[in-house]
Every structure is written in C-alpha cells, then in structure tokens.
Design a protein. Sequence first.
Length: 94
Amino acid sequence: MGEGETPGQPRQDWSPDYVHKCAVCGSTQDVIPVTEWNRGLCHHCLPRCLEHRVFNEIRRRQMIGPHERVGVAVSGGKDSSSLLAILAVLRRQK
C-alpha cells in the first residue's frame, strides 16, 4: 500500500480500462465513462447508444403505438431535455 492510501479504497489515479477507449468506435479522444453499462463511449457514440437503448425499451415494452401522440413535460433540466431530444430523433426515424 502506498503512502496516503486508505485500506479498502481504490487508488485515486486508478480507472477501469473501459474509461480509456470507446467501446463502439475505439476512439481514445473524449471518452465518457458510463459506469451503468461498464463501458466508455466517445462524445459521438454516446448519443446514438442512448437513442438506440431508448428506442429498444419503448418497443420492448410497447409504450407507444403506431400513430399515437406523445406529450412530454419538459422542465428544462438535462434529463427531460435529453428525453425530448431523443424522442424527436426517434420520431424522424419512423
């Protein structure tokens, strides 16, 4: 154990391998760690992966039927704004 390290705690300079490389395209630039998926994604691949995941979940759970309208309450925060943007992309992809 190095100086200043606490037993049972990871080193501050340690990060998982998935943080250093995009799991989709292999880029090492601007990789964002997505701990829930145990992978790192670059700023180009992250939005596409989120869109794909949301679309699959909507389809799997049959949340929105053909020709149904969807109302979205947007607070202006990052979560609701992201959801609105993803739904807009999915609408264009019909």
